[in-house]
Design a protein around this ligand. Structure first.
Ligand code: FES
Length: 146
């Protein structure tokens, strides 16, 4: 075997040995992407978190829910239920957070405020936050797009 043949075989070996790693990386990425849709039940609801976590944290923010973001709070006018919205501000895309004292979603970027159901209370945002249908089953919080 001359030098040229040897280097050719080494190149083929390097490609062949890295192929399983590349396939595994792609498989893991696909599994992660598919898992969000696989978690939805036949009725379209998917678990977001637990009431225990919600009460401990005051809100649950999940940025990988159903290929979007979801923010869950206790409904301030009916604390036995929850409200869920997409926390992406409709003005310019910042992430709102729940202000439990004012009972509003507040945007840190330009001051927009939204009611617990997502409706605009104060601009500059003009469109409401996208609301999810949410419910409780025991300690589990479930939500789906409306
Ligand atoms: S991005 Fe929320 S008010 Fe501008």
């Amino acid at each position: 075997m001359d030098r040229r043949e040897f280097l050719g075989w080494v190149g083929v070996g390097a490609i062949a040995s890295s192929l399983p790693v590349a396939i595994a990386a792609c498989s893991r990425q696909n599994a992660k992407t598919d898992s969000s849709s696989d978690s939805a039940r036949a009725d379209g609801f998917a678990p977001v978190g637990t009431i225990t976590d919600l009460d401990r944290q005051g809100q649950i923010l999940n940025k990988e829910f159903d290929r979007g973001s979801i923010l869950v709070i206790r409904n301030p006018s009916d604390p036995k239920n929850v409200n869920a919205v997409n926390p992406t501000c409709t003005h310019a895309g910042c992430t709102v957070s729940w202000d439990s004292d004012q009972k509003l979603f507040a945007c840190p970027c330009h001051g927009s405020q939204f009611a617990p159901d997502g409706k605009v209370v104060q601009g500059p945002a003009e469109e409401p936050l996208t609301a999810y249908e949410a419910k409780l089953e025991g300690n589990i919080i479930l939500a789906k797009k409306m």
